[in-house]
Design a protein around this ligand. Structure first.
Ligand code: CMP
Length: 135
């Protein structure tokens, strides 16, 4: 079965939204098969966002994601990568569709509450970073 890696990011953890966000995924019938709270090390954050290393917002991104704990999850199901990205909504909450997690909870392009893998290759790579004990 297809897997994706989801992070509930520091802005949402700090506003105590873990339960509400998990509820959105579960209400859509998705199955969470692994879950942990973890304060990312600098190394984990840089590995996770490796493809953005040359972007102007990279330092901001790393500072943000290492600011407090994140909730890392594996969600499994048919076409789960695409399904979860739809449920999350566009990166910019102002462009995210009604009812999406980012429209509901995100406050800016960087403090956008959730991350999910964008392809099967990214999911495999990201699951190794956040759940090394499972691979
Ligand atoms: P995420 O899905 O975690 O993957 C890359 C992240 O980079 C993205 O969500 C945003 O949080 C962040 N990001 C993308 N564009 C910008 C931007 N213009 N300014 C700050 N952060 C950004």
């Amino acid at each position: 079965m297809e897997k994706t890696l989801v992070l509930i990011k520091p802005d949402a953890i700090e506003r105590k939204l873990i339960g509400e966000i998990i509820r959105v995924y579960e209400k859509k019938g998705l199955k969470i098969t692994a879950l942990k709270l973890i304060k990312p090390s600098l190394n984990m954050a840089e590995q996770h966002y490796y493809e953005h290393r040359d972007k102007p917002f990279f330092t901001e991104l790393i500072n943000f994601i290492t600011r407090s704990e994140v909730c890392a999850m594996i969600i499994e199901g048919k076409d789960v990568i695409e399904t979860v990205r739809k449920i999350n909504g566009a990166t910019d909450p102002l462009k995210a569709e009604e009812g999406t997690i980012r429209r509901l909870f995100a406050t800016s392009k960087s403090e956008n509450s959730v991350h999910s893998s964008d392809s099967k290759e990214s999911a495999e790579r990201e699951i190794k970073i956040w759940f090394p004990e499972l691979v």
